[in-house]
Each structure stands twice: as C-alpha cells, then as structure tokens.
Design a protein. Structure first.
Length: 321
C-alpha cells in the first residue's frame, strides 16, 4: 500500500473527495471555523481516567474497540467487558440489550478521545484503519494536535489523536489557539511504512486524553465543570467550551450543537454511563468535594473518591489513585 493509495483510501473512508472536505467534517466535530504528548496530559493535577458506556450489543462493540482501536480485553463476561492498555482500564462496556439508542439531540457523549503516545503511533494506526477499511467521519490538524474521527457500531463518537509538543501551543490571555486545518496525511504517513500494517494493538502509553460531551446549556455546563468541578476554561467558541487542568489544551469539551435545551438524560438508553477524573493529590480531591457540596451538587461517596452528577444526569467520578 503506497502513501498515495493510503491517502485516497482514507479520503474514501471519510466520505470525502478532498482533504478540505475531511477537515470540514472534523471542524464540525470540534466546532472550529475553517481556516504535548500524553505524558503532559497525564501529569496535570486532574486528568481523564476511564469511560463507561452502556451498549446494546456487547460483543460487537467490544470487538470494535479491540480490533479498530487496539485495546486489550482485560476481562469479559456476558454482561460487561473491560478494555485497556498495559493492564490499565480505559473503557468499560455494560451490556444493556433492551436499551434504546440514545438520541443525538440528548445530552451525553459527543466523543471519547484516545490520545496516542506519539505522532508515529497515530500514523501507524491510520495505516491500520485504511487497511481494514474502517469508516471515518473526518480528520484535521487542530494546531495543538492532529485528529481522526470515527464512530463505534452504536454511534458513540471516537477521536484518535496525537498532541503536538506543548511548546508549540499558542496561548493568549488564557485561551489556547486551535483550528481545524487540513491534516497533512503524506507528512504524517512518512513516519511509518504504509505497505505494512504493523498496528497489532494499542501502544502501552495510549490513554483517554479528553472527553467531549453534549450538554443542554453551555453556561450551566461551565458553572458545573468549571465553577464546581474546578477545570479551567481554555477556549470558548461557536456553541462549545473547552476546559482543562494544568494548561492542557483541553481535558473536557462541551457543546450544544445538537443538544441545546436538552433535559435530563434517560439512564435506560445506551451511551455514556460515567467517566472519571483522576486527582494527583488527596488535597485536590478534598477541595473538590467541598466545592461540590457547597455548590449543591448530588454527591455519592466511593471507596476511592466520590461521584457527582452534572445538570443532565451524566455521572463524573472524582478519584485519587
């Protein structure tokens, strides 16, 4: 498989005839107008830990994350599957065969973003996706990162990306510069052998770099995730807001593009059950709990932390590990 053939294949899989079209699709996925590695994302005071999804077809969805993303199945039963890398759990799937598919105009998951350890790993994964004819929904250069978008078999959004070095991120008055430019596929693929699909499994350093949620009201979401949970705003634009810990470009994205005015989520449908934010220090967790309780949030104690519920019923676990 030549680099040019891989490029054409990727465009076909993204339903695009040009890189500009693919970038436009990615722009819609991140709410950007046209036009750091995981170690950084993981050493911030707070970071994303893991994600739990409710799914109708457990085997089909688990096989997808294993075969397409390359996650290792750590544990599997008739009712749940645990997947991750290097023994670290990143994704849990809960079987809900009778559940209805969560509508896209409801609050909930927009996408789970899997962060590759390096740009070369992203290139290797792209060759893997092309060789296995994995349908894609877009790809783009976001300045801070390079990203590819796709959906699992039940419509849960996925981003696979690699960060640029944080020294290249441009900040101005607390806001980081991001865009959705054309992804330079030939340059990316120059890092690997496009004739050999050698991505047998996800690299050990793969992590969930950020979460992106659908919410019913952006200001209310910011009050909860910034004012109460304590993530810092990094960018706000076009019906979307981005927040992080420790000046990462974003650990959390939120938008109202499809879900403006959405009410409480139905926990009998598929989709996001909960995700975790991991605290680097116990005192951070203690401060979190105090803020949550003062803010009137619904809080439940856990063995290693606590669980809070956002205004639309999405559960967030704040834990110390």
């Amino acid at each position: 498989m030549t680099a040019d053939l891989t490029r054409r294949t990727l465009l076909q899989l993204a339903g695009a005839t040009s890189l500009a079209m693919a970038a436009a699709a990615a722009a819609r996925a991140e709410g950007m107008p046209q036009g750091g590695g995981p170690t950084y994302a993981s050493r911030t005071p707070m970071r994303v830990g893991m994600v739990t999804l409710r799914v109708k077809n457990l085997d089909k969805v688990a096989d997808y994350y294993r075969d397409v993303i390359g996650l290792t199945v750590i544990e599997r039963s008739a009712t749940a599957a645990t997947l991750g890398t290097a023994g670290i759990t990143l994704l849990v799937l809960e079987a809900r065969p009778e559940a209805a598919i969560e509508p896209r105009n409801a609050a909930g998951l927009y996408h789970t973003a899997f962060l590759m350890p390096s740009r070369k790993d992203l290139a290797r994964w792209l060759v893997h996706a092309a060789s296995h004819r994995v349908p894609l929904s877009g790809f783009a250069d976001h300045l801070v990162s390079e990203s590819v978008y796709l959906d699992d078999p039940e419509g849960n959004g996925i981003e696979v990306y690699a960060d640029r070095d944080p020294s290249q991120w441009q900040w101005s008055e607390g806001s980081v510069k991001m865009a959705s430019d054309e992804l330079n596929i030939p340059d990316l693929l120059s890092l690997t052998n496009t004739r050999v699909a050698d991505y047998a499994k996800a690299p050990d350093g793969l992590r969930v770099g950020h979460m992106h949620l659908r919410v019913g009201d952006l200001a209310e979401a910011e009050r909860f995730y910034h004012g109460t949970v304590g993530l810092d705003p990094t960018r706000r634009r076009g019906g979307a807001a981005f927040l992080s810990s420790g000046r990462y470009h974003h650990h959390l994205g939120m938008n109202v593009w499809q879900s403006q005015g959405a009410g409480q989520r139905d926990d009998q449908t598929t989709g996001l059950a909960w995700f975790s934010l991991v605290m680097a220090k116990q005192d951070i967790l203690a401060a979190q709990e105090e803020r949550l309780r003062k803010g009137g949030a619904q809080v439940t104690a856990l063995a290693n932390g606590l669980e809070a519920v956002d205004p639309w019923g999405t559960r967030v676990r704040l834990i110390r590990v």
